[in-house]
Ligand binder design. Sequence first.
Ligand SMILES: [Zn+2]
Length: 218
Amino acid sequence: MEETLVKYKHCGQKIYVFSDRVRVCPICRHTVSFGLLDAPVVVPAPFTNGHRVACAFTIGSALGPAHLGEWSDSELHVGISNSAGLVFSYTLAGVRQDATGWERSVCIQLVPPCRPALEESWDAEIQRFSLRPEWSSERFEEQREFGSCCYGFALSFINHIRSLDNKAGLSRDEFTRRLVSPHMSSVSRYIQVHRAVSQQGFFIHPSEEQQELGIHPP
Ligand SMILES: [Zn+2]
């Protein structure tokens, strides 16, 4: 997914292509030229370097960013970054601390910037929390039975920080619905458009009327 996705309007439609393919409109087949105000716009990739986002909930996939679209996908792996970009995650081997490997991730920053005291306690707490016996490699299978593992580790840590702040814990459903799902649905949309452009060279966004009628342009 290295290509840059851009969008522009032609023939009254929103057209998505890779940046090196903006020459011929896929609808009218005419060579396109743009003025200053209608030049193609880059569609930013929703992935960031997880080692550069401090104190975040970080979602990665061992198979690469194209596999981040399905939240239910069992290939997803989640972790917590500290202020130095070290990503802590719970695996079969216990809690790992990765300085590399999360370069193309979905990152949800949890500590607002300019809260140095909170960052400091976040860093100390994640170190301590990782050493708790419930996150040992021996307990992995047991945690898996509760459906927790990496997600359970990350959410338990977030709830631990919330409890230090006298805030109630979030259930897995609540956390997923409030924080994760909105991010993941935009990631899914980006991946779908990217996939369509890879396969057919372009993607035409259905106009609102067409969406309502369930009509999708060829
Ligand atoms: Zn056209």
